[in-house]
Ligand binder design. Sequence first.
Ligand SMILES: Nc1ncnc2c1ncn2[C@@H]1O[C@H](COP(=O)(O)OP(=O)(O)OP(=O)(O)O)[C@@H](O)[C@H]1O
Ligand SMILES: [Mg+2]
Length: 268
Amino acid sequence: MPSDILEFRDVTVRFREETIYRDLSFAVREGEFLCILGPSGCGKSTSLRLMGGLLPFDSGTVEVEGEPPSKGWQKLAYVFQQPRLVPWRDALGNVVLGMELRNGDASRSAMEAKARALLELVGLGRDMGKYPAMLSGGERQRVAIARALSVDPHVVLMDEPFSALDLNTRRRLRAEIISIWRETGKTVVFVTHDIDEALVLADRVLLLSDKPTRILETIEINESRPRDIDSAPSLKRQRIHLIGLFRQLEKHDRAAASADSIIEEEIA
Ligand SMILES: Nc1ncnc2c1ncn2[C@@H]1O[C@H](COP(=O)(O)OP(=O)(O)OP(=O)(O)O)[C@@H](O)[C@H]1O
Ligand SMILES: [Mg+2]
């Protein structure tokens, strides 16, 4: 049994009057591809921020390899929805920058050699000298993936990394991230609000509820990859099941919104 590499125990987060998490608990297993799925605003990005120690929480425990995030953050690297590259450096320079910022003591030539190998890994072997403005959206996101891997993280945290890309690029990058995950053996925590994306990628899907957020369901997916939902009955069933749960969450949301407006009207 693989051990847990990240753990949330009874985590409560409040922003002013609003409770985002109340006693949220889950663990990430070493080496797994975990998808965190949930409706907009349920706290998916918040969970990644907590892991990286970027956000304080009110009570509970968050551990990265048994340590608090303030120590464990060095084991993690992020890939965001937008690649966040610096425009004045080429692809190679952007990956090197990731290393400079994290562990600036390696020699320039060692960092460049590593950046080259990683850009090869993400399929940009011939585009290393291109600046961000010369790269497509998908290529920029590949640079961001190489930059994340360059600091030798144990866990790669990905926050809707493909959602700004067109459908075909998104499909291609999903397949690529699976092969990179296999090749590197990293643990991946991948946030998405796209049911099909989670079903195609994950070993395990955590479905988050609306706020105050809890784990509504955990789904283990044993289907072999590459996956095609339409030709895999078990994935099709999961898709229908998840669509149903999402609808309920949205209804709940609408009911909460209309309750809020009734209260507001009464106060007015
Ligand atoms: N710094 C903050 N101050 C106040 N509220 C915040 C702050 N950061 C997040 N929130 C609230 O916490 C909730 C969860 O936010 P989060 O960004 O984690 O959602 P999400 O699930 O990633 O949504 P999306 O799918 O839209 O990216 C939201 O209701 C948001 O308004
Ligand atoms: Mg988010």
